[in-house]
Design a protein around this ligand. Structure first.
Ligand SMILES: [Zn+2]
Length: 70
């Protein structure tokens, strides 16, 4: 199958780059939840808008924001 973000061949939903970024995004949310009472969507928006966020993480966050509410 292909990465749902960049079409690279992968065995998972994301390619190695976006999978790593995804793990980081999810992991960092755990810290954010404890520090500030932000929702998942609020957090993702902050990731997208944060200029220090890496490109991979930004693409993952944008993708997750476009998904339907879980
Ligand atoms: Zn990818």
């Amino acid at each position: 199958m292909k990465c749902i973000i960049c079409d690279r061949d992968t065995k998972k939903t994301y390619c190695v780059f976006h999978d790593k970024a995804y793990q980081n995004v999810v992991h960092n949310f755990e810290d954010w939840k404890l520090a500030a009472a932000v929702s998942w969507k609020e957090y993702l928006k902050a990731v997208v808008e944060n200029s220090y966020t890496g490109t991979w993480a930004k693409e993952v966050a944008e993708h997750l924001l476009k998904k339907k509410d879980e």
